[in-house]
Design a protein around this ligand. Structure first.
Ligand SMILES: [Ca+2]
Length: 373
């Protein structure tokens, strides 16, 4: 490799280093660009121009010294570690450097190269950026189309920061599905009153976009719990879990699908187009109606319509003799103790036309899809 080629490669490497240094730190508002020329006799520059020189510095240290010093307009750096700060821009110097690997850098004060950094892409938002120069804009748009549509345009300001606040909007599995996520799994969704929370999204069955709010897969979860426990997520969202009444309240209203297996292994499905969990002030009363075609079990869930939630230590059922949650070993919207219990230690479901009760075997899944109006 000849000398000129070697020097050119070193120059490119140094430029990349300095550019990266500036780009990764959005708080930095000065940018440097490498000059098209280099110095010949840097030792001959007057002291009034070279107001500081340091040896044994790295290029990053040298550029930092200049960038953080308001009086620095340009600097020279040689690979030998020599760093020289100038208070002017040395125009008109076209000679190749007498020092192999040495280069001259100019600090831009005209805002043309100010870099606001990459605007952070916020989950559940579509982000489009037109650039990172002063005056450029980044547009954040909530994926959810209604009723929480939020679009915020931020501008790259001369202080190196994006103006304004990034929007805070909700999203669930349905929104993620709409954004192109088609693989089922655990995802972080964002609820306005709950913040970031993990949930299992079913992106493949029944059209995708389903938020799984209950699942008993391995039947190892413990759902014989208190009302306080039932308010929030119980178990592991990657296996057996209960999503929690509080986040359910924020994810509803929507449609719901309940699927379960009987002991003989046959799967049955219940579908309702209206499912809502009211807030804590209403004891998480359930609204379930509009039994749908496609259901393969008789309508039994809507018998719970209007019921408050009961847990082992919180009896809200209508049976005056017992606490259904305590008796069945799991929380539910019990009216009496004899309709259904998907969380119980001995989970069961009744066939209304016969009054027969059937034991349920895993997997059991309850999933909801928010209705966008
Ligand atoms: Ca009772």
């Amino acid at each position: 490799m000849n000398c000129m080629c070697q020097r050119w490669l070193l120059g490119v490497a140094l430029l990349v280093m300095v550019t990266t240094l500036v780009a990764v730190d959005p708080s930095r508002y000065l940018a440097v660009r490498q000059s098209s020329f280099a110095l010949n006799q840097i030792e001959d520059l007057p002291d009034t121009v070279v107001y500081r020189s340091v040896e044994h510095h790295t290029l990053i240290h040298c550029s930092n010294m200049c960038l953080l010093d308001e009086s620095c307009s340009s600097f020279f750096y040689s690979l030998s570690g020599y760093c020289q700060l100038h208070n002017v821009v040395l125009n008109g110097l076209t000679q190749p450097s007498a020092h192999p690997g040495s280069h001259y850098y100019i600090v831009n004060n005209d805002n043309t190269d100010i870099n606001c950094g990459n605007a952070t892409e916020v989950e559940c938002h579509n982000l489009t950026m037109s650039g990172t120069k002063v005056g450029d804009t980044a547009v954040y748009t909530c994926l959810r189309t209604s009723p929480d549509v939020i679009t915020v345009t931020q501008t790259c300001a001369s202080d190196g920061f994006w103006t304004g606040e990034t929007p805070d909007c909700e999203c669930d599995c349905r929104d993620l599905f709409a954004s192109g996520v088609t693989t089922s799994g655990v995802y972080a969704i964002h609820l306005l009153k709950k913040g970031r929370i993990n949930i299992f999204c079913d992106m493949e069955q029944d059209g995708g976009g389903w938020s799984v709010i209950q699942r008993r897969d391995t039947d190892t979860g413990d759902f014989n719990r208190t009302m306080t426990d039932y308010r929030n997520t119980i178990g592991d969202v990657s296996s057996d879990y209960w999503f929690g009444l509080t986040p359910m309240n924020q994810l509803t209203p929507g449609e719901i699908v309940l699927s379960f297996h009987l002991q003989n292994g046959t799967e049955y499905v219940l579908r309702y187009s209206e499912f809502d969990v009211k807030p804590a002030g209403n004891n998480f009363t359930v609204v379930v109606s509009e039994y749908m075609t496609g259901s393969t079990w008789e309508d039994v869930f809507s018998e719970q319509n209007g019921q408050q939630f009961s847990a082992a230590d919180y009896d809200q059922d209508t049976n005056e003799d017992v606490n259904c949650a305590l008796q069945t070993g799991g929380g539910w919207w019990y009216r009496n103790c004899s309709s259904m219990s998907l969380n119980g230690v001995n989970a069961f479901i009744v066939q209304p036309s016969t009054g027969m009760s059937f034991s349920i075997a895993p997997p059991v899944v309850m999933k909801i899809r928010r209705v966008v109006t």
